[in-house]
Design a protein around this ligand. Structure first.
Ligand code: NAD
Length: 323
């Protein structure tokens, strides 16, 4: 557990994972500064809804600013955070194919900018979001942190791998730094980004519209419920000083890959609708399967995914129906 009163800067605080993490940090008594620029990738109103309770909480402050803006980062860190969880990024594989340069700039240069600001502010402990996409189009499962991953399949994946490399370089050069990079595997749950498959499929199912299924429905994803991701992220934040190395990578996954056609069937059950599937061609940038080996996270962080897909989908649908 954290020492009471730790002050944490969370970048990407208005987003899906960021706002959920800020809620959890506040619930255990940490002070939180959030940074977000409300990137228009999806509607600001959804992000404001994510922040609604936090905005009323005196232990939370939001700095509206851009990762690429040195002054905004200095101002955010000047509020006194001693640890950082870096979640701000342009997320999403497919849009990165259309805007590779912007993805690389925000995700890679933005991370370096944040690390420089941390050095200026004397902040030594960071957790950074990486992604299962760094493993590329591999078919040998499960994916372990020691597997080679130098063949990303999209600019987004490349930007996440580069984020890890930049973080490792800073740790090499600055002995005081401790950084954990967390490879999140397809996260879902309340507040999930609206373009992600589960959110989109539930919306379409409830509207009685066909679900676009890419390829033959045989691609597999390791879906991870948001509460498990938040628990793993808090565990990493609390254990930065006890990691076996000052730079460490951890997979955080559900450890139960599900085929796309199985996901569709489970969404049919969770929504109580008969689904129509509309076959679509394979998408460039997509990978055939993701599957996390979570042994390291289990041994070193005490991480264990607890929410199975059916329960997580039921909780997502319940949330979706009331927003
Ligand atoms: P999200 O888009 O909901 O949240 C990201 C937030 O970052 C947004 O609120 C956005 O406005 C903010 N942001 C973007 N560019 C910024 C900039 N230049 N300056 C300041 N803020 C900026 O996405 P999410 O799903 O919550 O993802 C959070 C992190 O987790 C990202 O780093 C993402 O790559 C990573 N990740 C997510 C998943 C997933 O399944 N959701 C999987 C793997 C990795």
């Amino acid at each position: 557990m954290s020492a009471a009163g730790t002050h944490v800067l969370v970048t990407g605080a208005a987003g899906f994972i960021g706002s959920s993490l800020c809620d959890a940090l506040r619930a255990r008594g940490d002070e939180v500064t959030g940074l977000d620029n409300f990137d228009p990738y999806y509607d600001r109103a959804l992000k404001e809804a994510n922040l609604a309770a936090l905005r009323r909480d005196p232990g939370f402050t939001l700095v509206e600013g851009d990762l690429l803006d040195r002054a905004a980062l200095d101002a955010a860190l000047a509020r006194g955070a001693r640890k950082v969880v870096h979640l701000a990024a342009l997320a999403g594989v497919r849009p990165s194919l259309a805007e590779p340069l912007r993805y690389l700039r925000v995700n890679v240069e933005g991370t370096a900018n944040l690390l420089e600001a941390c050095l200026r502010a004397g902040v030594e402990e960071l957790v950074c979001a990486s992604s299962s996409s760094v493993y590329g189009a591999r078919s040998r499962v499960p994916f372990s942190e020691e597997d080679p991953c130098d063949r990303p399949a999209s600019p987004y994946a490349a930007s996440k791998k580069a984020t890890e490399v930049v973080a490792a370089t800073y740790v090499h050069l600055h002995a005081a730094l401790r950084i954990a990079c967390l490879r999140y595997f397809t996260v879902y749950g309340p507040r999930q980004r609206p373009e992600m498959a589960i959110h989109r499929f539930v919306r379409l199912a409830l509207e009685g519209r066909p679900l676009p299924v890419f390829g033959d429905g045989g691609s597999g994803r390791d879906y991870t419920f948001i509460d498990d991701i938040v628990a793993g992220t808090l565990a990493a934040l609390d254990r930065l000083r006890s990691m076996p190395e000052p730079f460490r990578i951890y997979n955080l996954g559900g450890a139960q890959p599900v085929l796309l056609r199985e996901l569709c069937a489970a969404i049919g059950e969770a929504t109580g609708r008969r689904l129509e599937l509309a076959a679509q061609p394979e998408q460039q940038g997509d990978v055939p399967i993701t599957a996390a080996d979570v042994a390291r996270a289990g041994a070193e962080l005490g991480y264990a995914p607890r929410v199975p897909l059916r329960e997580g989908l039921a909780r997502f649908v319940a949330w979706y129906r009331q927003v």
